[in-house]
Design a protein around this ligand. Structure first.
Ligand SMILES: *Cc1c(COP(=O)(O)O)cnc(C)c1O
Length: 461
């Protein structure tokens, strides 16, 4: 069976299989892995999704990437395990829908990728009798999703770095109460500091023996599962073959890249709207063709999107035939005209975010949170800029309002209901370490805390 090949966006590393790309996280040349060619789904295969539950859609999309690496029956079982929660697609008004990706164990869309990645890592570790340390920098939601997905997975240990002042209490508690094979580290700094420390650790020869892997949105294993829900949403709201509009609130651009991947695989997509908060390097780039990362990143109420330099832009640029390196330098311009035709982006200030959250509630009696409402406001911006669309549109709600109770209460006047999965975690005692934004100290920390875990085989695989 022919396996799909993954290449680095920097073009200086050998091509690898999905398995290698997944376990490595970042390519040796510091680029991001991306499929050389996208596997396609036929219009008939896509039309069949309308009758299928989410886990089966996931199986049929993901098997295009796992052929020859994971047998179908195993992948089907992994999808069943990973996706045991609902994916509601609700009507907002005529042909405009809200897809709630907030029903997973940590109430954010990041559960979709983390759950499947943990399944895949678990399987590969078991096959190899190896152990791995998953190192992830988080602005709040990734860490929780990864920690929950990998909790007690044999052969895997997780270290989560988070910026101490940039995560909400419930975000923090969803990471710090698990213990066992999960360690959380609060960094006195910003998300960018956490990400920079993680990146240096991956490239550090002194840590080679620890077998570090990343579960960040740079990992291709994070991206591929995020294409599934776009197929699923379209199967629920669009006629077969009918182009659809998605609005995806964007920080590191992994979620919106899922929509790009779905489109490359054959899903008819009319427009992908990728609104951002005050970190507006992408909409400025789309308008001007000049890319300038924002450093340091700007704080905003949609804190999971406080990303000054979205690393997935390197992949987006690659889709349009260009090349951007990990520092944000453009070596070859992509086809900007095509990018503008396919993608719309605007920047939503905190003031507009709050006003829109209030307006949306009073108009539709649907409660959003500061990220999902950026998607809504971005959609309104697009309608104003390019009026006249009657295509079905799906607004992506990326978290449960209960993850941002302070902000939601400030705006609507009462605190959101807390889902049961979160109440349980929040009641448990926390345990985390604290460190400055100092790479040398972090390296010592990694070396000190590197105790051998039982491998999958020893545990009984
Ligand atoms: C991570 C996150 C985002 C941004 O997703 P990216 O893939 O980084 O663009 C949006 N909303 C929430 C709630 C998140 O946790």
């Amino acid at each position: 069976m022919s396996q799909l090949v993954f290449r680095s966006t920097n073009g200086q590393s050998p091509a690898v299989s999905l398995r290698e790309a997944l376990l490595a996280g970042q390519a040796p040349d510091r680029g991001l892995y991306f499929p050389e060619k996208f596997p396609k789904l036929t219009p008939d295969e896509i039309a069949a999704f309308a009758q299928l539950p989410y886990r089966e859609v996931a199986f049929r999309v993901l098997r295009k990437f796992t052929e020859g690496i994971i047998p179908d029956d195993a992948l089907r079982a992994m999808c069943r395990k990973a996706y045991d929660f609902g994916v509601p697609v609700e009507v907002i008004h005529h042909r405009v829908y809200l897809m709630r990706l907030d029903q997973g164990p940590t109430a954010s869309f990041k559960d979709f990728a983390a759950q499947m990645m943990a399944q895949m890592f678990g399987r590969f570790m078991q096959e190899d009798g190896r152990q791995i340390t998953v190192l992830t920098a988080t602005s709040g939601d990734t860490g929780a999703a990864v920690a929950h997905a990998f909790h007690k997975v044999p052969g895997a240990r997780v270290i989560v770095l988070f910026p101490v002042d940039e995560v909400s209490m419930s975000q923090r508690k969803l990471m710090t109460t698990l213990k066992d094979n999960i360690r959380t580290v609060a960094v006195d700094g910003k998300f960018d500091d956490c990400q920079a420390m993680a990146k240096r650790a991956f490239a550090d020869p002194a840590l080679a023996h620890i077998n570090l892997s990343s579960a960040n949105s740079i990992n291709i294993g994070r991206l591929l599962p995020q294409s599934v829900y776009y197929f699923y949403a379209a199967s629920r709201v669009a006629k077969p073959g009918e182009p659809i509009v998605f609005s995806v609130p964007s920080g590191n651009f992994g979620d919106m890249m899922g929509a790009v991947v779905a489109r490359e695989m054959g899903l008819p997509v009319k427009k992908i709207i990728a609104p951002v908060n005050d970190n507006d390097s992408f909409p400025k780039y789309l308008a001007s063709g000049v890319y300038q990362k924002i450093s340091p990143s700007r704080n905003s109420v949609s804190n999971a999107m406080n990303v000054g330099h979205p690393s997935n832009l390197a992949r987006l640029v690659a889709v349009y035939g260009g090349q951007m390196d990990e520092t944000g330098k453009i070596h070859k311009q992509p086809d900007l005209a095509a990018m503008r035709r396919d993608i719309f982006s605007s920047s939503i200030s905190d003031e507009r975010t709050r006003a829109s959250l209030r307006d949306f509630w009073s108009q539709y009696q649907i409660l959003l949170e500061p990220h999902g409402v950026v998607a809504w406001q971005g959609f309104l911006d697009w309608l104003a800029a390019e009026p006249g669309s009657d295509a079905p549109a799906v607004i992506v709600e990326t978290a449960n309002p209960a993850k941002f109770p302070e902000e939601v209460e400030k705006v609507v006047g009462w605190p959101p209901d807390v889902p049961a999965s979160m109440t349980a975690a929040i009641a448990l005692p926390e345990d985390y370490d604290r460190i400055g934004p100092d790479y040398e100290k972090f390296r010592d920390y990694l070396l000190q805390h590197h105790v051998d875990q039982p491998t999958a085989k020893e545990v009984g695989g």
